[in-house]
Write a protein that binds this ligand. Structure first.
Ligand code: SAH
Length: 366
């Protein structure tokens, strides 16, 4: 296995370069390229070509290698299938939005949570990602954005400067971030210090690991927290999310409110709308009935939160169905009538299998 220069400390990199008989300043130049996410040595324009070639034979630049890159037809979404040095695969998605450029990163290779509607957990958990492996996903997206200047892709300002850099991060890819809390915290600290991405532009999404939320409270940074709720009663939630047997709804929400109250933030609630087929093959609204919308309202009434309604992205192996647009709107209307802030998440990149672990799964099937 080739060494990954991105993972080297400055002095390790310097030693590696001087051992090759090269002057020290080359190490600095290479570091500069690595911190911009250079996917290969050939992109390092100020390094002599023969040295680039030698480096290419001896080493690898980043801890993630692009295996596949898919673009949505509207040019707004780019999805990467990335390979780690032990050949595990992960996904990362770049979304060019009107408010800036957002990257969705994975925190684990696979997932152990076993949610019944999700593709990412089907092959189980392989391992936690390192801080570098999470950070490298953002740099991969950043590198891509810098190349947008030479294409017909929309260039989105990041809000402060019109430089089209990554401005928002959501830790909502494959894996449960609060099962890998310390590396995720290390990653967020790094994104904040090295890329200047504000705490408030970083969102951690969890299925509800209470000790993990408590660790975030202790850590004290005012990031955004999203809870994957998906059901307003313990009975229903335990049927689709095994983690609910360990951490019940009340304890999850209690920890979440403590977090958002501390930072005076709005809690993001994710709620996938799921349908199901009965034994006659007829579709029924599983967690998406008006009654469940009432129950959800009771749970959230008077709280500072936003409910993101997510139409389910179909996964072949999973026995659910996406409810009709009408049913989705009826559910939303009930929440609005009860004074709950809510929006329907715009689907992005469904034409490129951007939804939730599908690219990784499809590649593993072959
Ligand atoms: N483990 C974390 C983060 C990863 S999942 C969590 O549970 O929050 C990110 C979001 O996508 C979660 O809300 C998850 O429930 C949702 N999700 C998973 N599979 C989905 C699917 N097929 N369609 C729509 N949303 C899905």
């Amino acid at each position: 296995m080739k060494p990954i220069l991105f993972n080297f400390t400055d002095s390790e990199l310097e030693k590696f370069i001087t051992d090759m008989g090269q002057p020290k300043f080359r190490a600095k130049q290479i570091r500069e390229w690595l911190s911009r996410g250079a996917p290969d040595f050939m992109s390092m324009k100020n390094i002599p070509e023969n040295l680039r070639r030698d480096l290419d034979n001896m080493a690898q630049t980043m801890p993630v290698k692009i295996i596949k890159k898919l673009e949505s037809a509207d040019g707004e979404t780019t999805k990467f299938l990335l390979e780690l040095n032990d050949e595990e695969q992960i996904e990362c998605v770049l979304m060019r939005t009107t408010y800036g450029n957002s990257v969705c990163v994975s925190s684990q290779a696979g997932c152990a949570m076993g949610c019944k509607f999700c593709a990412s957990t089907l092959l189980g958990l392989k391992r936690n990602l390192t801080t570098n492996e999470i950070f490298a996903q953002v740099l991969t997206a950043q590198w891509e954005l810098r190349n947008d200047k030479f294409s017909d892709k929309p260039i989105r300002p990041n809000g402060d400067a019109n430089n089209g850099d990554v401005s928002h991060i959501v830790i909502m890819g494959t894996g449960e971030p609060l099962q890998n809390t310390e590396n995720v915290i290390g990653f967020i600290e790094r994104a904040n210090s090295d890329l200047n991405i504000g705490w408030r532009r970083i969102t951690v999404s969890t299925c509800g690991i209470v000790p993990g939320i408590e660790r975030l409270i202790e850590w004290g940074r005012p990031i955004n927290l999203a809870i994957s709720l998906h059901a307003p009663t313990d009975e229903l939630r335990s049927q689709i999310m095994p983690i609910n047997n360990k951490y019940k709804l009340d304890s999850v929400l209690d920890a979440a409110w403590r977090f958002t109250d501390l930072h005076n933030r709005q809690l993001m609630i994710e709620y996938i709308l799921l349908g199901r087929h009965d034994e006659n093959g007829d579709m029924f609204l599983y967690n998406a009935t008006p009654e469940y919308a009432e129950k959800l309202s009771e749970l959230l009434r008077g709280k500072n939160c936003m409910v993101n309604l997510i139409p389910w992205n179909a996964v072949d192996e999973r026995d659910f169905a996406a409810p009709s647009g009408n049913a989705v709107h009826r559910f939303q209307d009930t929440l609005i009538k009860n004074g709950i802030h809510t929006r329907i998440r715009r689907e992005r990149g469904t034409d490129i299998g951007s939804a939730c672990g599908q690219l990784r799964l499809n590649n593993a099937r072959k």
